[in-house]
Design a protein around this ligand. Sequence first.
Ligand code: FE
Length: 339
Amino acid sequence: MKLIQPALLLLSLSVGPAPALAQEKVLNLYSARHYQTDEALYANFTRQTGIRINRIEGKEDELLERIKNEGANSPADVFITVDAARLAQADALGLFAPVKSRLLEERIPDHLRTLDWFSFSTRARVIIHNKAMVNAADVQNYEDLAGPKMKGRICVRSGSHPYNLSLGSALIHHLGEQKTEEWARGLVANFARTPKGGDTDQIKAVAAGECDVSISNTYYIVRLMRSDKADDRKTMEKIGVVWPNQKSFGTHINISGGGMLKTAPHKDAAVKFLEYLASDEAQAYFANGNNEWPVVKGAVTKNPELESLGKFKADTLNVGTLSKNTAQAQKIFDRAGWR
Ligand code: FE
């Protein structure tokens, strides 16, 4: 009996949620990204560094609430999520600690980071149209969606969704509040139906002829292109994709990103993890796994469908600035009736 007891003891420590040991290498990651392909991204980090990741997944608002409530005792080391406005919200709550990392500064372009948080991938918010029904020349700019030609032809998800609020925020920056409100009113006047569903639902509605034009994030488009369901691929054959505003401020892009929490118990591991997300390998995971673009120049990707979308001029508005107008965008969309 005495001989096997130590073995049993070891076993019981190595499985299950053992209390944190002094030298245990762990990282507590609060993640509002819900992409299955991220699993490989995290497993690779553990393989490289020996740092185990405890992942707490949840909706972004719930996670933020949780971090706030946990206060100084929060086990959270890193918070990652999608959408610049959500990261800015966490930042405004004072949850992030500034991270000084030469590697992050060198690898992530200026406009895709702030002092407190970093973008690791980008997605563009593009115009999609039914190729049989709409001439691409008529929908070259976000502004075109509010024009008289599009009467009764637009479907789009809720104006309260962060993806649209971030777009609205960018429009306020470039066009001003008044023009953005006129745009929102014109857009609402052109609706084919009351906003419902997510971006994928709009793409399918456009292909099915329920409406002719919509707005979508690019990774939803590529996901359907790469789908193993024949129906999804057929859907995409009917869809034309336009890079909006190539002759003006460029196509609105949004990000996924993250930052280290002020109360992080494992600060070294947190910085290592953020730096890992900017490594060539992790950058390739974003592109290949979730059909987003790497933020690091020269990161090699293998995603023919994503590449088939081609190159475009992206709006280079700083992600920190981008989120400043979100609350105003919500007010404008509310007044315009974009529910
Ligand atoms: Fe999404």
